[in-house]
Design a protein around this ligand. Structure first.
Ligand code: FES
Length: 102
């Protein structure tokens, strides 16, 4: 297990979701009401980048076919998405956001 610095809190000034490459993975990072979350950035339906989607009340909407995932749990919310997203622990150290990847 290792914690990896992936972003700064200021990186969310323009959007509640951003994409980052970290430890060989593509991650989507979220800031919701002052809390931070991380999921895989690749939609489990057909591979679109979720970090280019829209955050809607705790869910990320895929930009390709509008599938929804719950951000906190990665849970797929139904067709066209039926496989959950991987999620990752997140911690904040000062202004630095870190993600734990096994
Ligand atoms: Fe995400 Fe189709 S690629 S819903």
């Amino acid at each position: 297990m290792a914690w990896h610095p992936v972003a700064e809190t200021a990186d969310f000034a323009q959007s509640p979701v951003i994409g980052r490459d970290c430890a060989g993975r593509r991650l989507a990072l979220y800031c919701l009401a002052g809390r931070y979350y991380a999921t895989a950035d690749t939609c489990t339906h057909a591979g679109a980048r979720l970090s280019e989607g829209e955050v809607v009340e705790g869910f990320i909407e895929c930009p390709a076919h509008y599938g929804l995932f719950e951000i906190a749990t990665g849970t797929a919310q139904g067709a066209p998405v039926c496989r959950d997203l991987a999620t990752y622990p997140v911690r904040v150290a000062g202004s630095r956001i870190e993600v734990e990847i096994l």
